[in-house]
Structure formats: structure tokens, C-alpha cells
Design a protein. Structure first.
Length: 146
């Protein structure tokens, strides 16, 4: 069983364009779930925006509000309120600082029977999702000098 990755998005969306772009980047990098628990903004409106800027990740919105059916349809049934799945067990972990720390956290979660890990957005997380293994030589980053 592969442990899923859930990304806890920033609680404050000061710059909504950047917040949405970050969420889309984590979605494209392979996050299985995007956790939306925002302060000061309408979480269902942000979820509606995420339904159009993300395509694969499950969207979990922490709110007391009921989501309208239209929002569920917009999300292609990827929207959940307050919980990913009642039968799944997700554990919160700290943002990893290295690939070794990431691998260890995933291994520990798997050993404890967790279905997924919830990780707050952190400076290394996007790179770890995009490149879970050591990248080795990065010829794509070499500059051509002529």
C-alpha cells in the first residue's frame, strides 16, 4: 500500500493568485489531497476556485458550511467537507527538510497503518513531491555557453 500525500495549504490567502498557483503546483506535482482550512476568507469560494485550477487532488475543506451540489459537480466529485474519507486514516507530520527525512516519515506512517500523511506547505515539499528520488545529474539545468 502506498502512503498518500496531503498538502495543508497556507491558512491565510493574502495573495489569492499566488495561493491558487501554489495549490495548482502541488496538484501537478502529485499531491493526493489539498487541505483547505483558511482564516478570514470564505473556504467554499476558495474551493470553487481550486476546482478550476486543480485537476487530480481531492479537495478537503474545513468548514461549518454545507457545500452546494453545484460545487460538488464543479469539482468532479473531488470535494469533501471536513474529512478526506471516513474509512481512511491520515496523520499529520512536519514539513521534511531532506529526502531522507521524507522517506523516513512515509515509512513510519506506513508501518503505523496510515493511509496518508498531511504535510503543511514548506520550502522543500514541492521539490520532494516532484523529485522523490535523488535527482542525480541535472543536465536539463545546464546552461549552454557559446
Amino acid at each position: 500500500m502506498a502512503v498518500k500525500t496531503g498538502v495543508v495549504l497556507a491558512a491565510h490567502a493574502d495573495n489569492l493568485g499566488e495561493w491558487l498557483a501554489d495549490a495548482a503546483a502541488y496538484d501537478a506535482a502529485g499531491a493526493d489531497l489539498l487541505w483547505i482550512e483558511v482564516k478570514g476568507d470564505d473556504p467554499l469560494v476558495l474551493a470553487a476556485a481550486l476546482t478550476r485550477t486543480t485537476y487530480r487532488a481531492l479537495l478537503v475543506v474545513v468548514t461549518d458550511q454545507e457545500a452546494p451540489e453545484t460545487l460538488h459537480r464543479l469539482s468532479n466529485k473531488r470535494l469533501r467537507i471536513n474529512s478526506p474519507h471516513e474509512t481512511e486514516r491520515w496523520v499529520a507530520i512536519q514539513p521534511p527538510q531532506s529526502r531522507a527525512e521524507w522517506r523516513e516519515a512515509i515509512k513510519e506512517a506506513e508501518e503505523h497503518g496510515a493511509d496518508g500523511v498531511l504535510v503543511p506547505v514548506g520550502p522543500r515539499l514541492l521539490d520532494l513531491l516532484r523529485n522523490p528520488e535523488e535527482p542525480g545529474e541535472r543536465h536539463d539545468l545546464e546552461l549552454t555557453v557559446g
